[in-house]
Design a protein around this ligand. Structure first.
Ligand SMILES: [Zn+2]
Length: 243
């Protein structure tokens, strides 16, 4: 499911993303999940156990890619989340599980990353709607062309029943191959997207947030993982730093 045959390129709200949504929707519905797409284009599936807490564990990753992407970046976290739901059902996991396939993480189409997770974190700036892609299409127009309602953006915000977010993420590069190694441990993470600064976001008092963004402090900490996408440091850099 790609914009370019022969490689994987899937930008925010393109027809290729529609195709991925259709596939994931079928998988989610087969697991008995309630599925919808929020106004930022994040595909969201909810599994609510019959006798369980309303507290939600959020799992997922991004469904967009960089041009000529690796096969697992982003989708690994989504497909493993689907596996988690199946295991949760089989083992009687007592919490609700929401899978979020974030629509935008890479910033390829509009030059700004994290559009999907900004909406979930209650940090979507309406000024983003005026950004244009290479063809002059605005974010606003792209959202509408995808069949979504921009006016419902506030409904994308994770509410206070979301207590944690866990993302399994792989970043692919040539380092291991070049070093002739089969596995490595990531020991250093670098945050990007500093406008979502850790301290500022986490320390925001819940009481000052509007009713449209009833996100708890605990949720904010969890969402930080996505809004500040973690990037691994090349193994060679790690080695020289730890010598
Ligand atoms: Zn990624």
């Amino acid at each position: 499911m790609t914009e370019e045959p022969g490689c994987i390129t899937r930008r925010f709200l393109t027809p290729a993303m529609h195709d991925v949504h259709a596939l994931l929707t079928a998988r989610m519905k087969a697991l008995g999940m309630m599925v919808h797409t929020d106004a930022a284009g994040n595909l969201r599936g909810l599994w609510q156990p019959a006798k369980g807490s309303k507290q939600r564990l959020i799992l997922g990753s991004h469904s967009d890619t960089v041009p000529h992407a690796g096969a697992y970046d982003g989708v690994l976290g989504i497909t493993l989340a689907l596996e988690w739901v199946q295991i949760a059902q089989e083992t009687g996991f007592p919490l609700a599980v929401e899978i979020v396939a974030f629509s935008e993480e890479e910033g390829v189409r509009f030059g700004v990353p994290f559009i999907g997770s900004r909406a979930v974190a209650g940090r979507f700036d309406p000024a983003l709607l005026a950004l244009k892609d290479g063809e002059g299409v605005t974010v606003d127009a792209a959202i509408r062309a995808f069949g979504l309602d921009v006016a419902r953006m506030s409904e994308a915000v994770a509410d206070s029943s979301a207590f944690a977010f866990v993302e399994v993420h792989i970043e692919q590069g040539p380092v291991l191959e070049a070093e002739d190694l089969s596995v490595a441990a990531v020991t250093v993470f670098v945050r990007i997207g500093c406008q979502f600064g850790f301290a500022r976001f986490v320390q925001a008092p819940t009481t000052t947030r509007s009713s449209n963004s009833p996100i708890s402090r605990g949720t904010a900490i969890g969402l930080l993982v996505t809004t500040n996408t973690l990037r691994s440091v090349p193994l060679s850099a790690w080695r020289s730093a730890t010598r």
